[in-house]
Design a protein around this ligand. Sequence first.
Ligand SMILES: Nc1nc2c(c(=O)[nH]1)N[C@H]1C(S)=C(S)[C@@H](COP(=O)(O)OP(=O)(O)OC[C@H]3O[C@@H](n4cnc5c(=O)[nH]c(N)nc54)[C@H](O)[C@@H]3O)O[C@H]1N2
Ligand SMILES: Nc1nc2c(c(=O)[nH]1)N[C@H]1C(S)=C(S)[C@@H](COP(=O)(O)OP(=O)(O)OC[C@H]3O[C@@H](n4cnc5c(=O)[nH]c(N)nc54)[C@H](O)[C@@H]3O)O[C@H]1N2
Ligand SMILES: [Mo]
Length: 670
Amino acid sequence: MLVTVENGRAIRVAGDPDHPVTKGFLCAKVNRYVERTYHDDRLTTPMRRIGPKGSGKFQAITWDAALDEIANRLGDIARSSDGPEAILPYSYAGTMGLVQGSSMDHRFFHLLGASKLDRTICAMAGTVGMRMTVGANVGADSEGVPDSDFVLLWGTNTLTANPHLWPFILQARARGAPIICIDPIRTRTAMQCDEWLPIRPGTDAALALGMMHVLFALGLEDRDYLERHTIGHESMRERAAEWTPARTAAVTGLSEEVITSLATRFGQAKAAFIRVNYGLQRHAGGGMAVRTIACLPAVTGHWRRAGGGVQLSTSANFQFNRAVLERADLGPRTRTINMIRLGDALTLPDAGVGGPPVKAMIVYNSNPAAVAPDRNAVLRGMAREDLFTVVLEHFQTDTADWADIVLPATTQLEHWDIHFAYGHHYVTLNRPAIAPVGEARPNSEIFRLLAARMGMTDPAMRDDDLTLIRQALASQSPKLEGVTFDALLEHGWTRLNVPTPFLPYAAGDFPTPSGKCEFFSERMEALGFDPLPTYIPPYESPERDPALVARYPLTLISSPAHTFLNSTFVNITSLRRQAHEPEVLLHPADAERRGISAGMMVTVRNDRGAFVAKARVEAGIREGVAWAPSIWWGKLADDGANANQTTSQRITDLGNGPVFYDNQVEVELR
Ligand SMILES: Nc1nc2c(c(=O)[nH]1)N[C@H]1C(S)=C(S)[C@@H](COP(=O)(O)OP(=O)(O)OC[C@H]3O[C@@H](n4cnc5c(=O)[nH]c(N)nc54)[C@H](O)[C@@H]3O)O[C@H]1N2
Ligand SMILES: Nc1nc2c(c(=O)[nH]1)N[C@H]1C(S)=C(S)[C@@H](COP(=O)(O)OP(=O)(O)OC[C@H]3O[C@@H](n4cnc5c(=O)[nH]c(N)nc54)[C@H](O)[C@@H]3O)O[C@H]1N2
Ligand SMILES: [Mo]
């Protein structure tokens, strides 16, 4: 991102035209970063709560007063009979930079002996699914996509969530590749594709198995690749044989013809590119689904060629020296709390995992009062009078409203950082373009200051941001060879030391225990799963809970609105206007059955909670599915609620991830 600065003020942000992936354009949200940075509501001083909890009433205080109070309160808790494990850090994707998100903060909490946070809310199910099959969350390179002859966008809203992939896909299309979208919703991405396959949510593993059935039945497999680079292909063939098109159709809700045609064309292609993304894995069997889809390119040998393979992520290629950044060795072993169980962690006496109750929570880079599942439980917890809450933020979010102390943090324009990527292979240096707005401070600086206040003398707590960046780069990984601070300073970004395009498994070399693509996985078996790919139905499905489905017949998907980045940017008026107001999209048949027409106000509810939305009625969604574009700030909705009122704290099969879209609801007139 290039920032134009005049008289110390940023006036324009733009994509870097020289960058091979971003190619001079930014997404709809980040385009508004200047507006966001100088927003009237930007937090510019530390604040202490003066009204009742949750009232959002605060008074400006000095940094000294804020740091003293936090240090005293945390010190008291650490020395009390509850001990330091009663302190919980909570952070995620506000910035994914290593300096502002996984360095000083981690060191501070490690030294303190605080509870650890298992950061599962986004990607863990799919990450572990990839690891089980191919050994790492490393897939095909976006820069190979122009060479692909068949593009499958599987459970991903590319034009919204990952627009920089799109130009590569268009190049493949120009050379004749069809683009097919598998999604219960006809998203703006699906609208631009050649075909839209409205699958029943949570059944993707069944579709992948059905595809394998057809591939083996028609002899479209690559026998040489199977023999040399996979393990368990004979049992995989037997498993696939069970998934006839008829059975696959019954589970996925797609027709036998569609399934057969999809698999046949996939198998006839030379380099099919499958983009799976994280939406697909937010169901009970999300890990297994990703693991199963990841088997497909090994069946057909597409990994051999540029443009072939599966991409969930490229992130595991970025082997920064995280151990040195985070320094887990600084503190004792402590308990771990899963971030998606925050509702339980704050409301159960042993935090739901054993040990002391949570007595203090320090939130940064996250807005859990909007984004965490089972929002009613989260808010009950945050309302506890005996919970001391500190929030480092740019804005007075839903979460900041429940804080005791709010600290103003810097934005990307104001601090140093270094970033990995998950859709390409370039390391990015984030240089500050402007001075901090108001009294804002970088997260890293805030944790350094707090450490000093609390008498932490370890020299690790004194490293400055540039030192942290150099430490991140001091890695033994050959992929980071040549990625130096000086190179980053010069260009702003540097490609990892991998070929372009990078073909990770062209010659096998899978980083699994067997060194092969594992159709059969001993690790899965050891975890108590079927060692072969299989279909695990959603929790809230006719297969597993028919009584619940009878009461709550609609599956609610609350994936991101085009103009929001999770809950970031919701307070930017121009972007919120484009999202209108909280909405729910229904299929005309589902709407008619309920006497709902477009524009009516409806309540979306289940046993966990409810929120109000305006009905949109369109055929661009599978019958039985509802879509609530998200993630709204509760405080900006008339009823103070959002879609996470209805989502559950249940976890996925692998990786302990969330099941946001495994969520049955009913919709009725308000
Ligand atoms: N504009 C914008 N961009 C973003 C984000 C944002 O909030 N806004 N968030 C960023 C982050 S943190 C992430 S993790 C990614 C998320 O981006 P994606 O990984 O693309 O995930 P989602 O948008 O959650 O879901 C993608 C699609 O999956 C579909 N889907 C849901 N369930 C199923 C299913 O069972 N099967 C199939 N086949 N499809 C299903 C949904 O309808 C949705 O259209 O985007 C990143 N980019
Ligand atoms: N229902 C539903 N819930 C979801 C999802 C969904 O699709 N549906 N998606 C899930 C996913 S994939 C994810 S990744 C999570 C994301 O959830 P979060 O990680 O909470 O991400 P955001 O909602 O973007 O909130 C990030 C906050 O960090 C702040 N921030 C940004 N940069 C900085 C910084 O440098 N310092 C500090 N101190 N603060 C900063 C921003 O102002 C913002 O308020 O939400 C999850 N929740
Ligand atoms: Mo995410």
